[in-house]
Structures are given as C-alpha cells and as structure tokens.
Design a protein around this ligand. Structure first.
Ligand SMILES: Nc1nc2c(ncn2[C@@H]2O[C@H](COP(=O)(O)OP(=O)(O)O)[C@@H](O)[C@H]2O)c(=O)[nH]1
Ligand SMILES: [Mg+2]
Length: 448
C-alpha cells in the first residue's frame, strides 16, 4: 500500500510538471501570457511529497465531519481547492462542482468555483478545430475546449446557482474569467495537481487503519470510454500494473498537502465517484450536495413566470438530442411509450417539452398522440448570446421539476438533476443510489 502511495505521489509530481508543459505549449500557441516559469518554480517539492508517504494518518471512528477537523497544515492564510470544469454542458459541470464541494469540505479548504461554458459554443469550437483537439487529447489528456472558451461565452456561476447555499457548506471564491486567465492570475501560488481517472478506480474519504482488507471485496467496472482512457496519461502509464481498482484516499493523500491550491485536473472531479467508509458520513455528504445545489433566485423567478402561464396540471418530458450519443438515437416512441405507461393523458394533455432539439417537426408524433405542447423558447426572446440555450435549460429544469409527471432522457445528467430534484431516485439504507455522484463504500461490496 505504501509503495502504491509513493507511486501515486510521484505520479502527481510528474503530472504537475507535465500539465505545466501542456499549458506552456497552449499559451504559446494562443498568444496567452506565459506563466510557465512561475508554475515550475512553485511546483511541489519532491521531498515534501516523499516525506508525506511515510505518514500513516489514522482516523478513529466518528472522528470526522460533525466538525471538519482543522488539519495541522491549516494556517491563517487561505488554502484553496479547485477543479477543471469538464468539456460538456452545465450538468456535467455541476457534477464536477458537487464532488469538489465534498473534497473542499473534507479538506477544510476554500472552494474556487468557475463559470459555466456555452454548450453550443463548445460544440462549434470543437468541430472547427477537431484535428487539433484530438491531437492534444491523444498526447496530453482532455478538456481543452473549456479552457479556451472566451469570457463572452461564459456565464458566472453565481447567475446559475445560489452561491449563498454553497457558502453554508464551504467557503467559496468565485472566478469569473476564462480558465487560462484564472490559472495565470493564481500562478504565483503553490499548486498541487491531482489526476485520477475512473478507468483506474475511485476515491474514498478514508479507510480507518485495520480495515484495508475491506477493499478486496469491492466490485469495480473500469470506465473504458475513450474520454476516461485518455484522462491522466501519466498516471495511467504509472499505474498500468497496479491492482485495480486503484483506491485513493482523500484524507490520507491530501489533508497534509501544503500547497495553496489543490487542483483536481482533467476529469478528476467530474468522475471522482467518492465513496464514504461510514454510512453516516455518506448520508451527511449527500445532504451537503442536496442543500448546496439550488438554482439562483433569478432563475427561479423566470421559471415561475413560465409556471404561472402553463395550464394546471401539466406533465413534462426532457428530450436530449444534438450531441448526446445515447439519447439522440432514440425515436419519439421511446418517450411516448414511457408516458403511456405512466398514464400521462389521464392527468393532462398539456405537455411541457424541455429539449435541445431545434426542429419542432421532430415533435409532431406527440401532437398526433393528443398532447398540447409547450416549449420554453415560446416564452422568452433570444438574447443573442451563445449561452442562451444553457440559460433556458435552467428554466426548463425547474419547470420539469414542478410538473405532475415526468419522463427524461437516458444517461443525461440534465435529466438526472430533474429526477433528483423531484425525489424520483433509488434509495437504499436511506442513501440515494441514483443521480447522485457520491455514496457509501458498503454498497460497492460484492455481497451487498
Ligand atoms: N434549453 C435547453 N437546453 C438543453 C436541454 N437539454 C440539453 N440542453 C443543452 O445541452 C446541454 C446539456 O448538457 P448537460 O447539462 O451536461 O447534460 P447531458 O449532456 O444531457 O448529460 C445544456 O447545457 C444545454 O445547453 C433542454 O431541455 N433545454
Ligand atoms: Mg453533457
């Protein structure tokens, strides 16, 4: 186990240097001010890293989380934790943020939050320079499009979420610039890079001493999607022969890190998949997420304007199309069949349709089946901004939450947020199992 940690810490150091090199390459390419020199000087000291591997932090039962313990590196200066937002839509970003809230809370660090990127712009940027992104991904990992988004295609996260709610869980610092500018502005600080892919394993909060053998009973299916396989190329090579799943312990690995900024790089935060050792801690952490993820008062106001106009009662569907691999291949019959199973028409003919599909003809079978359709673009003028669709998506989500019956899209994190907010989730032992990025380690054991 100690050897594995040594290996992981060494991997992080290499990853830090490696990431710095990637950014150097990009900043040169795009004419963004170079911050490579400062980054390299501030990279973690290898002896710091190696001395940490000798420490065996032992945790007593029930010691955590009622009050997050002050780690002994906590000083009067602010310590930060932040994350790489994934290339993807708002709800992919939300999942990365939810996991980052958990890590920041466990490590008692100020969470740096980032703007939400225009999904339409991300798609068109990717298409325009596909060969370049693919080349970068092959050599240097993922999520390049978000980092290169310009400020005008970004929405401050405080417009999307009620940051006051997150602040009741962790301290928050809001970044409103694009990611390269953020990294430049924080480059005088000392950074600690963390990279982990769900092709390799997952995170636990901590494993109390003497309980290591528990991990042998864990069922793990590696995510072999090209995105997960390409994430963290350095760690993937170094951990090629390590036993899978690679289980990384948040507290043991990160609590004593002295760097100013812990940076969850690549998809580390998006795919963190944190499992808690104690069930009661998993329950508490799920509560942290539920109580912090509230859309902003401004979004509520606009959504309630739509709700006031809609006939009552009404039902809703979310139809995910455009770039979604799984859902875009479904025909209208997928939704119509599921709606019939729930007897939608017995409740109401009024059907609110949340969708990224621009072609209204696609919905003709729904009208033919007897539904009266309502779309959010009928209620609001386009603002002409690239993130129009994303902002309307927030109203769509809230309206769907308040519908009598709802059918969403398969494997869509947009639908997931709606199901979770409607409390239509799988529950076991009082814990939410679906539409929730974190859980209890006990539910991952083969016998459970
Ligand atoms: N307005 C609107 N936009 C949507 C809808 N569904 C998807 N989108 C757009 O597509 C993106 C979806 O990405 P994301 O939220 O990550 O969900 P996922 O890709 O389905 O898991 C959003 O940010 C929106 O831009 C919808 O029902 N209404
Ligand atoms: Mg997405």
């Amino acid at each position: 186990m100690t050897r594995l940690f040594t290996l992981l810490l060494f991997a992080q150091l290499l990853a830090g240097l490696f990431m710095a090199a990637q950014f150097y390459f990009l900043t040169l390419q795009d004419g963004v001010r170079d911050f490579q020199d400062k980054r390299l000087k501030s990279a973690a000291n290898p002896s710091d890293a190696l001395s940490r591997t000798g420490e065996n932090l032992r945790l007593k039962e029930g010691q955590l989380y009622n009050e997050v313990r002050k780690s002994h590196v906590q000083t009067s200066r602010r310590l930060y934790l932040t994350y790489q937002p994934p290339d993807g839509g708002w709800n992919n970003h939300r999942i990365a943020l939810e996991n980052a809230i958990i890590l920041a809370k466990l490590l008692n660090r100020t969470l740096i939050v980032h703007p939400v990127a225009s999904h339409d712009m991300a798609i068109s940027l990717r298409k325009k320079r596909l060969a370049q992104w693919k080349n970068l991904e092959k050599r240097s990992g993922i999520n390049w499009v978000y980092n290169h988004m310009s400020d005008r295609d970004l929405v401050p996260i405080s417009r999307v979420l009620d940051l006051g709610r997150i602040r009741s869980i962790v301290e928050v610092f809001e970044v409103r610039t694009n990611h390269l500018t953020f990294r430049d502005e924080f480059s005088h600080l000392k950074w600690h890079y963390v990279c982990h892919s769900d092709a390799l394993g997952f995170w636990v909060d901590s494993i109390p001493a003497g309980n290591e053998s528990v991990t042998r009973g864990i069922a793990f299916v590696p995510n072999n999607s090209s995105r997960s396989v390409r994430a963290c190329p350095v760690e993937t090579v170094l951990l090629k022969h390590a036993n899978k799943p690679v289980i990384r312990r948040i507290l043991e690995e990160l609590q004593n890190v002295q760097a100013d900024v812990i940076y969850l790089s690549q998809d580390t935060s998006y795919k963190a998949n944190v499992q808690f050792f104690h069930m009661k801690d998993a329950l508490k952490a799920q509560q942290w997420i539920l109580s912090s993820m509230w859309l902003s008062p401004h979004v509520y106001k606009r959504a309630f304007q739509i709700l006031a106009i809609l006939p009552k009662p009404f039902n809703a569907i979310h139809v995910r199309r455009t770039d979604h691999r799984v859902s875009s291949s479904e025909a209208p019959s997928y939704w119509l069949h599921n709606m019939a199973r729930q007897n939608f028409l017995n409740v109401s003919t009024a059907l609110y349709v949340a969708t990224d599909e621009r072609d209204k003809n696609w919905f003709t079978p729904f009208s033919k089946a007897g539904y009266q359709l309502y779309f959010s673009d009928e209620f609001f003028e386009s603002s002409g901004r690239s993130y129009d669709m994303d902002i309307r998506g927030l109203y769509d989500q809230l309206v769907c939450v308040h519908a009598k019956l709802f059918v969403g899209s398969k494997s869509s994190s947009f639908s997931s947020f709606i199901y979770r907010s409607r409390k239509e989730v799988m529950i076991k032992d009082g814990l939410i199992l679906s539409h929730m990025p974190i859980g209890w380690l006990g539910h991952r054991l083969r016998s459970s």
